[in-house]
Ligand binder design. Structure first.
Ligand code: NAD
Ligand code: BTL
Length: 485
């Protein structure tokens, strides 16, 4: 008897998938958490057809009514915060002290933000000296949305809220590793009055996602996932000339200048590497520290990080939970071994932890490598775990050049008391989202997204409206038609 059921939500109805059986495990203890069935290509087809039917209703719904539904769904989710935070903790392994204050809250704030924006999604008037033109901002259509496993309910809401505010219909596929909370979002929207078919959920892995992306009834694809998956999905979408938003991985730099407040810089580095057991896309995993403050930085970092409470994520005192799955755990441990072999110096952690941990879980000690060099594998590749690489630099120009020496461009951070330098440096960093004197803060009002292999498009803020609407131009002739014939 499993704790939760994995189900589809199609045309307003909860239903099992028609594909093969699927289960998920609680990464805290490896016990079966949820079971159900994957969606087949037929289920995906049914979901897209339901979405096309829902689209016709929803795009014609006045924006004030759309806003009311989003506001109401936000309130329903807010009321279920604690129950859903527990689901997220069991599904992802992330500490309850995080999920209770971040995950549902971020999703709810996104629904509220776009509910507020819904009524102001307008085109423009273009004066043409006697004649005029205007533009209409119309929904793109049926949006296929595909999520990653680290922040399931947040990712679902960051895609649903702007899509629905703009009058689109959605078929959402959560990660097969964390299938549960997407259904809670669908149910809240339905209870809030969303017409059947406007928001649908299908379940499964790559094949299910691929069937969705390829479906001719889909107009746009929004993916949160790895750069490798992003490249594949974007190329399939391009075949159908479908619009894309790609929120992908990164290997982001965090630069600590010699004049930085070192306590703040250490807090930033911890948030950029150990929060959510390091499973955050924008993490600043390449920490460049000015050589004159390296020893002081490392001393403070190790002193403050060695007592982080690792353990059962459902316990309120736990700060760092397990890794989401065995596959991800094995990947992280293999990178740690490569880091050691390539000569990086472990100054904290560097091991899996089993002592005093729930049996069967995937626990990795928060790990800091010092004496790293730019060519090391752990410095070049995304690890997506609690593993920080510390490097040193001498000059501002050198720090910028080396920070940009990556195929990724999701995020970056700069710590300095010299704000002129802070602005000058971020202006030169090749990253979609930057922070000065903090790290990993992602308010809904601020665009979020990457450049280079970290993606295209932006989530959150008014910038997201551009990605969930298309512009129609209308030229209006006020006189006679002049024809040369
Ligand atoms: N930029 C962001 O906002 C952001 C946020 C969270 C995670 N991420 C990134 O996500 C990655 C970790 O998540 P993951 O392991 O779930 O990523 P992943 O790329 O393995 O999977 C992401 C999603 O894509 C689906 N998928 C895989 N192959 C597909 C295909 N060929 N066609 C359609 N769908 C397919 C998966 O089933 C899953 O739902 C990391 O690289 C992380 O940086 C990015
Ligand atoms: C989008 N963010 C940074 C909140 C979580 C990504 O992994």
């Amino acid at each position: 008897m499993t704790l939760y059921q994995i189900r589809n939500f199609i045309d307003g109805k909860l239903q099992p998938g028609n594909g093969v059986a699927m289960t998920t495990l609680n990464p805290a203890n490896n016990a079966v958490l949820a079971s159900g069935f994957e969606s087949t290509a037929g289920d995906v087809d049914a979901a897209v057809k339901a979405a096309r039917k829902g689209l016709a209703i929803w795009r014609a719904t006045p924006s004030a009514q759309r806003a009311r539904v989003l506001f109401k769904a936000a309130q329903i989710l807010r009321d279920r915060n604690d129950e859903l935070a527990l689901v997220e903790t069991r599904d992802t392994g992330r500490a309850i002290q995080e999920t209770e204050i971040v995950d549902v809250v971020s999703g709810v704030e996104c629904l509220e933000y776009f509910a507020g924006v819904a009524g102001s999604i307008t085109g423009e008037h273009i004066d043409l000296a006697g004649n005029f033109a205007y533009t209409r901002r119309e929904p793109v259509g049926v949006c296929a949305a595909i999520g990653a496993w680290n922040y399931p309910i947040q990712i679902a809401c960051w895609k649903a809220a702007p899509a629905l505010a703009c009058g689109n219909a959605v078929v959402y596929k959560p990660s097969e590793v964390t299938p549960l909370s997407a259904i809670a979002v669908a149910q809240a929207l339905q209870e809030a009055g969303l017409p059947d078919g406007v928001y649908n959920v299908v379940q499964g892995a790559r094949e299910c996602g691929a069937a969705l992306v390829e479906h001719p009834g889909v107009d746009k694809v929004s993916l949160t996932g790895s750069a490798q998956t992003g490249a594949k999905v974007a190329s399939v979408a391009a075949g159908g000339m479908k619009a894309v938003t790609m929120e992908l991985g990164g290997k982001s730099p965090m630069i600590v200048f010699e004049d930085a407040d070192l306590d703040n810089a250490v807090s930033g580095a911890q948030m950029a590497n150990f929060y959510s057991s390091g499973q955050i896309c924008s993490n600043g995993t390449r920490v460049f520290v000015h050589e004159s403050v390296k020893e002081a930085f490392l001393e403070k970092l190790v002193a403050r990080s060695k007592n982080l409470v690792l353990g059962d994520p459902e316990k309120p005192e736990t700060q760092v939970g397990p890794i989401v799955s065995k596959a991800q755990f094995d990947k992280i441990m293999s990178y740690i071994e490569i880091g050691k072999k390539e000569g990086a110096k472990v100054v904290l952690g560097g091991d899996a932890v089993t002592e005093n941990m729930p049996r069967g879980g995937y626990y990795v000690a928060p790990t800091v490598f010092a004496d790293c060099t730019d060519d090391m594998t752990i410095v070049r590749e995304e690890i997506f775990g609690p593993v920080m690489s510390v490097l040193t630099f001498k000059t501002e120009e050198e720090a910028i050049r080396r920070a940009n020496d990556t195929e990724y461009g999701l995020a970056a951070g700069v710590f300095t008391r010299d704000l002129s330098r802070g602005h000058r440096v971020v202006a030169q960093l090749e990253a979609g989202t930057c922070w000065i004197n903090t790290y990993n803060i992602t308010p809904i009002e601020m665009p979020f997204g990457g450049v280079k292999k970290s993606g295209v498009g932006r989530e959150n803020s008014r910038a997201a409206i551009d990605h969930y609407t298309r512009v129609k131009s209308v030229y209006v002739e006020t006189g006679d038609v002049e024809a040369p014939y």
